[in-house]
Design a protein around this ligand. Structure first.
Ligand SMILES: Cc1cc2nc3c(=O)[nH]c(=O)nc-3n(C[C@H](O)[C@H](O)[C@H](O)COP(=O)(O)O)c2cc1C
Length: 182
């Protein structure tokens, strides 16, 4: 039976490399028994503990929490902003983490693919995510690490990857992730 994977994309802009890469992963994932579904994060109000009670709970927080609680695993696909995690994605981590007794990240298998138009491939964002997710007791896949650098030349306009090596890299990552989730 296929595994349900919620995908959080760290970029909010239309036609982002991150969104395009997530689409590629979605098509490739089927082969590995992974059913990838986007979890929207653009409309999440900033986490504010004052709102975190039944009478004022933002519906978007509730939706994300339910989606994360109901999936088998989470895949984070994100650019790096100023050597760290884009605020929208960090906010999603925070929203899912509370109330503490209902932390949706607790024990959740998580894969991370960071990307960049530069060569380093979002190493800072990737590892800052690992730092937060360790605190949240998520089960983050340690290896293979995925730093998808020079992304501008590795995705084509037809919604695929532009070279065989990149395709193999993504397939290899998904194969290991499927094993990890299983
Ligand atoms: C606010 C901001 C900060 C950025 N900081 C970094 C950075 O620290 N390292 C890096 O490699 N690229 C950085 N970039 C460039 C991104 O890699 C590039 O804009 C990429 O296309 C963003 O991903 P997206 O296409 O998914 O939106 C930054 C871009 C923005 C908008």
């Amino acid at each position: 039976m296929s595994k349900k994977i919620a995908v959080l994309v760290g970029s909010l802009r239309a036609n982002s490399f991150s969104g395009r890469l997530a689409d590629v992963l979605k098509s490739l994932g089927i082969e590995f028994g992974l059913q990838l579904e986007l979890a929207e994060i653009a409309d999440l109000p900033f986490y504010n503990q004052d709102l975190d009670r039944a009478e004022s709970l933002p519906p978007a927080w509730q939706r994300l929490r339910q989606q994360l609680a109901g999936c088998d695993a989470v895949l984070l696909v994100t650019p790096e902003y100023n050597r760290s995690v884009p605020a929208a994605l960090k906010n999603a981590l925070d929203v899912g983490s509370r109330p503490v007794s209902q932390n949706v990240w607790d024990g959740k298998p998580v894969g991370i693919i960071s990307l960049s138009i530069g060569a380093i491939g979002g190493f800072g964002a990737n590892h800052h995510l690992r730092q937060s997710l360790a605190c949240l007791n998520a089960a983050v896949m340690a290896q293979p690490e995925a730093y998808f650098g020079n992304v501008g030349s590795r995705l084509d306009k037809e919604g695929g990857v532009s070279d065989e090596k990149s395709l193999k890299t993504l397939q290899g990552f998904l194969a290991q992730f499927a094993k990890f989730v299983g």
